[in-house]
Design a protein around this ligand. Structure first.
Ligand code: PMP
Length: 401
């Protein structure tokens, strides 16, 4: 459709045109059932088969081992800020019924505004002390900016936490962990002890980087979660990859003194019902399924990893050039920049406004930085084509002339 423009928005964000075209057909008539996808029963055999297929597409492409369940829920990343705390406090209680609740510790790695928010929710819920393992702001010049992944030596994990939380890609701040273990900006998996937990309760928010490349050390994670609305579909669907030992009887834990867990937030409810405890977001699931089928046809995550790497590298190269000319300023330190959300400033009074207006005039939108930090943010999710990135780069080169 020629009326469509390049949408670099951070979420909800662009979806592949071929998927949208197919989805419009499914909206009218889902798989020849004569009923549209937004109207069909979530208990119909056709929908249940579709959901099963979505699960196996994720399992295959991410290589999820049999130790982990794939669950679907709602409430976005924000609901998981609460759910991970409640479920893993329950797990911890069942493992250690004799321990004093006040001594329970929740470890948070804070590298941006989303992990900061998750830590705040853990504090609000109580049930454990929040230990900030590291706060990356201490490494910024101003002491206030989330602009790098901290060095491994700065992490202060507690000996036996109920959970260890990090956010793989900070959507607002444009800071992302490297997937190369040799990089100083990688997550320090080698420092995780596990204490008396037989298995490390490592939790990762993958909301804005899910399915853009393989997940390293996936099997070492307790919970990985992501909202669908960046790389794989419309808002409404949240995907969870949960290790079996984290799917616990929350009512048994409540009898031992933990906070009762709302049924819709309990991982056991989701697992026992095949993610169909209540009505799921059928339309979101449908579109996510179409996106994942398309990904499979295009060669799976390897293909997307290569393409996304290329897209990010050429954009960063253009920004470096603009920086050299004194026109642009990257906001994230070298080595910690995200592939998915690239953030920078345009130097000078009203320069940012001029940059954004020029982009709009050339058919490129969604480039305004998050309201909390300002600046420019380019989101390069899977559906952003290389041609669109090239179009943006051509404009940046013209602008910095
Ligand atoms: N975590 C990350 C990394 C995010 O980018 C977002 C949303 N942009 C959230 C959590 C919150 O997700 P939601 O809006 O789906 O609740």
């Amino acid at each position: 459709d020629h009326a469509r423009i390049a949408n670099f928005g951070a979420g909800p964000s662009a979806l592949p045109v071929s998927v949208l075209e197919e989805a419009t057909k499914g909206l009218m008539n889902f798989q020849q059932t004569g009923v549209g996808i937004a109207e069909i029963s979530h208990r119909s055999k056709e929908f249940q088969a579709f959901l099963g297929n979505l699960e196996s597409l994720i399992r295959t492409q991410l290589d999820v081992p049999p130790t982990h369940r794939i669950l679907f829920t709602q409430g976005g990343g924000s609901a998981q800020f609460s759910a991970v705390v409640l479920n893993l406090l329950a797990r911890y209680r069942l493992l250690h019924p004799e321990r004093n609740t006040e001594e329970t510790v929740l470890d948070y790695v804070v590298t941006g505004s989303w992990s900061k928010k998750a830590a705040e929710e853990a504090r609000r819920l109580g049930g454990g002390q929040v230990n900030v393992v590291v706060d990356s702001r201490q490494f910024s010049e101003s002491g206030k900016a989330f602009d790098s992944i901290p060095p491994h030596a700065a992490y202060r994990f507690s000996p036996d936490p109920a959970l260890i939380y990090y956010c793989e890609n900070e959507t607002v701040d444009g800071v992302e962990f490297s997937h190369d273990d040799a990089s100083p900006a990688s997550f320090p998996y080698h420092l995780l002890g596990g204490g008396t937990n037989a298995l490390v309760p490592l939790v990762a928010d993958y909301s804005s980087s899910f399915m853009c490349r393989p997940i390293p050390h996936l099997a070492d994670h307790a919970i990985i979660y992501a909202g669908a609305q960046k790389n794989i579909g419309p808002a409404g669907l949240t995907i969870l990859i949960a290790r079996e030992d984290c799917i616990v009887d929350v009512d048994a834990a409540a009898k031992l003194g933990t906070t009762p867990v709302p049924l819709t937030l309990s991982y056991k409810t989701l697992a026992d019902s095949g993610s169909l405890y209540n009505t799921p977001p059928v339309l979101s699931i449908y579109i996510a399924g179409l996106v994942l089928e398309r990904m499979q046809r295009h060669g799976g995550l390897k293909h997307y990893e290569e393409t996304n790497k290329r897209k990010a590298e050429k954009l960063y190269a253009a920004l470096r050039e603009g920086e050299g000319k004194g026109v642009l300023r990257r906001k994230v330190k070298e080595g910690s920049g995200s592939w998915m959300n690239v953030v920078f400033e345009v130097v000078g009074p009203d320069a940012e406004k001029a940059f954004l207006e020029g982009a709009e005039a050339r058919g490129m939108t969604g480039l305004k930085g998050h309201r909390s930090v300002g600046g420019v943010r380019v989101s390069l999710y899977n559906a952003i084509t290389e041609a669109e990135v090239d179009q943006l780069i051509a404009y940046i080169k013209e602008f910095v002339q």
